[in-house]
Design a protein. Structure first.
Length: 135
């Protein structure tokens, strides 16, 4: 898809490696094997939607920000994405600068959270989830 090229360009432009998955199940497998700095996810996937990817991130307990990519541009769908614990939503078609801005905001949030966790003995923002990725 055309938007995937834009996301890849923004990610590699920030000096990061990119991995693309075609489904939420393949994303879930990768999330169990590697820690990622940020995850971009389409709102609708062949075997589910972005919520299954967020559940996969939750199981890893590393707090990776998930940015949802969507063609929907209405306020209700944006709020729905945020209520399901996504970090942000980028609306298609997205300009390269918009994707880079979402990346920078995610990195800032993640760095701040990790700094607070370290200063508070690791309890800031911790959620209780199963650590077994094979669920």
């Amino acid at each position: 898809a055309e938007h995937r090229k834009d996301v890849l360009e923004a990610v590699t432009g920030c000096g990061l490696e990119a991995v693309c998955c075609e489904s939420s199940s393949s994303a879930g497998e990768l999330l169990c094997l590697h820690e990622f700095k940020v995850v971009f996810c389409e709102d609708i996937l062949p075997d589910g939607d972005f919520r299954s990817v967020i559940r996969g991130v939750d199981r890893t307990m590393n707090g990776t920000p998930v940015i949802v990519i969507s063609a929907r541009d209405d306020w209700d769908s944006y709020l729905h994405v945020l209520r399901t614990r996504a970090f942000d939503r980028v609306t298609l078609p997205a300009a390269l600068g918009e994707i880079e801005l979402a990346l920078c905001a995610a990195f800032t949030e993640r760095d701040l959270r990790k700094s607070l966790e370290n200063s508070n003995g690791g309890v800031y923002g911790r959620r209780e989830y199963s650590a077994d990725c094979r669920e």
